[in-house]
Design a protein around this ligand. Structure first.
Ligand SMILES: *[C@@H]1O[C@H](CO)[C@@H](O)[C@H](O)[C@H]1NC(C)=O
Length: 187
């Protein structure tokens, strides 16, 4: 896996599967000294940590310190409580980032779509939506216009009003019914 850069509180840091493995090994084998060190002249370490921008800084941040043994330069993890906490957090961050990268790669692989293809698809969808909106708007305007024309062609309607009770003859069935309805009205 290549080096992927991301921003952290300390600036640009890279993601390295190699560094994640080193950190995870210390957490998984807390009693084994052999997992607490890496050799600076190891070829894998050279390319995946030392030559990657931010790699050694990250190692130092989680608790590794330079240490010379038999004239060989190593980085050895120092088991202090602070370093233990930093290692846990650092490993968690690396792992999270690793999962994000894997998810992104998986999504890209599944869609098998380049950035341009994805952009073209979005553009097409926007155009289709725009055309649909335009057609829907035109149809709505046509219906409104037809309704207006139909209403205008109707003969003028006289508003219907019920005859007031007072205008009805006293004792007439209409007046009695109306009074009865008034008794049941609630205000
Ligand atoms: C170099 O480092 C890698 C990663 O830590 C390790 O797997 C490998 O065994 C090392 N090689 C030597 C020769 O020490």
């Amino acid at each position: 896996m290549g080096h992927n850069f991301w921003l952290s509180g300390t600036g640009l840091i890279f993601f390295s599967q190699c560094l994640l493995t080193l950190c995870q090994n210390i957490l998984d084998h807390p009693d084994q000294d052999k997992y607490r060190r890496f050799k600076l002249n190891n070829k894998t370490i050279q390319t995946k940590i030392i030559q990657a921008k931010g790699g050694l800084e990250y190692a130092v941040e989680v608790g590794f310190r330079e240490h010379v043994e038999d004239f060989q330069p190593y980085y050895v993890w120092q088991p202090t409580p602070d370093n233990a906490a930093n290692l846990r957090v650092g490993t968690f961050v690396l792992k999270e980032h690793h999962e994000k990268i894997v998810a992104k790669q998986e999504a890209a692989r599944q869609s098998k779509m380049t950035h341009k293809e994805a952009a073209d698809l979005v553009a097409r969808q926007v155009k289709i939506q725009f055309e649909e909106d335009r057609r829907a708007m035109a149809a709505k305007q046509r219906i409104e216009a037809e309704r207006r024309i139909a209403l205008e062609s109707l003969p003028a309607e006289r508003p219907h009003r019920p005859t007031p009770v007072s205008a009805l003859a006293p004792g007439s069935p209409e007046r009695d019914r109306s009074n009865l309805e008034d008794d049941f009205k609630e205000d």
